[in-house]
Design a protein around this ligand. Structure first.
Ligand SMILES: [Zn+2]
Length: 469
């Protein structure tokens, strides 16, 4: 029996509405007790880790990650992706099926689960495809995907355009009790757009990806969720109208939810015109300083690290996403961690692939935009990284209740640090947040009672019972 006691922290467990100073006792990979006076009761040979001044919360969950295996291991592997997750404070990931080949059959699901058990240092759950080859034409074998262990289906990176096919996907998913996650993009409206359609796309001479291209599919998903009763989860929402549609649908009791990524509520499309334009147009208030401050990071115009899908939107959209997070319309925070090789991103803006890394910056950016600005309490923000995704995907994770797996994140919500791409554990470097001063950081990550990552400035590592994984 191996035991570990986290002493002196502020324990926040939104699932059980607990937020108080307490100790957490872990034994054999499980939470055994949470309370104020545990330290006195445990035997003296129990390993103790002093976490006073820090927040202890359930291990964070990111339900939208591209681990790139199989087939694209030059960008990321299950090993490097889960290491980046651990450094970011994440103990559980859901990997997207747009790999090569796509995760559209039981064999590929088994391959990833096998590999994750061997190489992964955090929990990896798999999302299966809605359609074969993510081609949007023929349904994938949803029943056998479920049997193989997927926790949801999505064609992420792509979007099923045929509404009748999507309806059938939802009906099958309901029979197998699977939520359907959707990347909301109307191909006809978006065409070959590469950035948000608006003032800056015109000024920069880049083809526009209109907000209506997302709104249209969010509206479609609401109607189909209402028709079928299946839970639909709208991925990486970026527009004001999407938030409005979701808010009204939830009021009617539609089984729908949504997620947002930090880049969409931190940056705007002005960032593609370069740092100077961004700070003077929309960047005021990002660090709570004025745009003449000299701590502001800089980047060039047409920097492809600011190209993602959906694209960075207008300042009004950014504000609407923040409001949607604050009033509960948007349930979940996630990264859409999408690693790409340097050589792929170092091309003209039009030709670069969409996507940025995010596992190591999402917690800090969320704290900065939601907690430090007082839009959300710390507990409500942590809920969007823990109990909310766990409930949508029916995972027995995201809580510190007695008997739960000891997946634990220890974080310092106020710690100042600077993000540098070269320090990242990810195999890729495509982050727009190079050199950004951050506030708030995970300092220790535990999966089933084992410390999988710990800030180096802390005292020596405490490793226990590595066999329990
Ligand atoms: Zn997507």
């Amino acid at each position: 029996m191996s035991s570990l006691l986290l002493t002196g922290g502020r324990v926040i467990d939104p699932a059980s509405r607990f937020d108080a100073p307490a100790d957490v006792l872990i034994r054999d990979g499980k939470i055994v007790a949470v309370g104020a006076d545990i330290a006195k009761r445990v035997d003296s040979d129990t390993e103790r880790v002093d976490v006073s001044g820090l927040v202890v919360c359930p291990g964070l969950i990111d339900l939208h990650v591209h681990l790139r295996e199989p087939g694209q291991s030059a960008k990321e592997t299950i090993a490097t992706g889960t290491q980046a997750a651990a450094r970011g404070g994440f103990t559980t990931l859901v990997c997207m099926p747009n790999t090569s080949p796509a995760i559209d059959n039981a064999g590929t699901v088994a391959l990833i689960r096998d590999k994750a058990a061997r190489d992964g240092i955090v929990n990896v759950f798999v999302a299966g495809a809605i359609t074969k080859g993510i081609a949007g034409e023929e349904l994938a074998p949803i029943g056998s995907l479920k049997q193989a262990g997927v926790v949801a289906i999505t064609d992420d990176g792509h979007c099923v355009q045929n509404n009748e096919l999507m309806r059938r996907a939802l009906e099958y998913a309901k029979m197998f009790d699977l939520p359907v996650m959707d990347h909301c993009q109307d191909y006809a409206l978006v065409s070959d757009g590469v950035m948000h359609e608006g003032y800056w796309s015109t000024a920069l001479g880049l083809r526009g990806w209109p907000a209506s291209g997302e709104d249209m599919i969010v509206a479609r998903n609401i109607l189909l969720a209402e028709l079928t009763g299946t839970h639909v989860h709208c991925q990486h929402l970026s527009t004001a109208r999407s938030v409005e549609l979701l808010r009204a649908a939830k009021k009617r009791g539609v089984t729908i939810s949504g997620e947002a990524c930090p880049h969409h509520f931190t940056l705007t499309d002005a960032a593609i015109a370069g740092s100077e334009k961004f700070w003077s147009a929309d960047g005021k208030g990002v660090f709570g300083v004025d745009s003449s401050a000299d701590c502001l990071p800089s980047w060039p115009v047409y920097d492809t690290n600011f190209k993602m899908n959906p694209p960075l939107r207008s300042a009004r959209d950014r504000e609407a996403i923040l409001e949607g997070l604050a009033d509960g319309t948007i349930d979940v925070l996630c990264s859409d961690h999408a690693p790409h090789c340097d050589y792929e991103k170092e091309v003209e803006f039009d030709y670069a692939p969409f996507g940025i890394t995010g596992l190591e910056t999402e917690l800090a950016l969320s704290l900065m935009q939601l907690y430090h600005t007082r839009r959300l309490s710390l507990s409500d923000m942590i809920a969007k990284f823990t109990v909310a995704p766990a409930r949508i995907l029916r995972l027995s994770k995201g809580t510190l209740s007695v008997g739960a797996d000891a997946d634990v994140t220890v974080l310092d919500p106020d710690r100042p640090w600077v993000f540098h791409r070269e320090d990242s554990a990810s195999k890729s470097r495509n982050s727009p947040f190079e050199g950004w001063p951050m506030k708030g950081k995970a300092v220790m990550t535990m999966v089933r009672g084992s410390i999988v990552w710990r800030e180096e400035t802390e005292p020596a590592n405490v490793q226990l019972n590595s066999a329990n994984r």
